[in-house]
Design a protein around this ligand. Structure first.
Ligand SMILES: Nc1ncnc2c1ncn2[C@@H]1O[C@H](COP(=O)(O)OP(=O)(O)OP(=O)(O)O)[C@@H](O)[C@H]1O
Length: 216
């Protein structure tokens, strides 16, 4: 366990496109720093495999169920007192639901979804810093194929590109907390040289809005 008194950032979110390596990095950092870990539990979502086989039909229940599950999890785990006393690493942020819904839902479905989203958005805690692992879609596709979740093999590069775009559209709007976009196209956080750079970034102060850092 480390002493968190000197930590500037206590609620740290690691975000990124599908297959960017968020979970692996969040797990390793949390273990090494003795931090509390919040992981997304997408495996329990019964709509996810259905969505990939018939996106139009299942996008709406999928998005609503992700939104409900994430809100519930974050609300119970991120009580203000806990945030002050602990270092917390999460592999997603509530906005992820919105970012995906923007591309998976039709316009009228999205308008309806948005009404629910806006009601709960203000109730969720903001991260002290969000790190976004940015990788080229070819690398993402390769990672997705290698890990071999059967329902993900049909994911196309065009879908991955639209997810990246939806994240970047959102980042343009962020004014109230720092987002650090990590250019990680050539980075492998299993390698100490790259992991060490990330650890060095965790406890820095950043201005609200976007900062870009290249991992070399
Ligand atoms: N709101 C959403 N709408 C549609 N699909 C989603 C949504 N949220 C998550 N998913 C899907 O759930 C699965 C897990 O997503 P996620 O990106 O969190 O994990 P991951 O790909 O394992 O991440 P990483 O490899 O970076 O750890 C992916 O197939 C992703 O597309």
């Amino acid at each position: 366990m480390c002493n968190f008194n000197g930590m500037l950032n206590r609620y740290i979110v690691i975000e990124g496109n599908i297959g960017a390596g968020k979970t692996t990095l969040a797990e390793k950092v949390a273990k090494d720093l003795g931090a509390r870990l919040i992981l997304e539990s997408f495996k329990e979502n019964p709509f996810l495999p259905k969505f990939y086989s018939d996106p139009q039909r299942y996008a709406f229940p999928l998005e609503l169920s992700f939104l409900a599950a994430r809100y519930k999890q974050l609300k119970s785990e991120l009580k203000q007192g806990d945030l002050f006393n602990n270092l917390t690493i999460a592999d997603y942020y509530l906005m992820k639901s919105f970012i995906f819904a923007k591309i998976t839902l039709s316009d009228d479905e999205f308008q309806l979804y948005r009404q629910f989203f806006d009601m709960i958005r203000s109730l969720s805690a903001k991260p002290d810093v969000m790190f976004y692992i940015h990788r080229d879609v070819n690398i993402l596709k390769n990672n997705i194929m290698q890990r071999g979740r059967s329902y993900e093999v049909s994911i196309e590069k065009a879908y991955l590109s639209s997810v990246t775009k939806s994240y970047f559209d959102y980042f343009k709007e962020v004014k109230d907390f720092p987002v650090v976009i990590l250019d990680a196209s050539y980075a492998d956080f299993h390698q100490y040289i790259h992991y060490k750079q990330f650890i060095g970034l965790i406890n820095k102060s950043y201005p609200p809005g976007v900062t870009r850092v290249k991992i070399v």
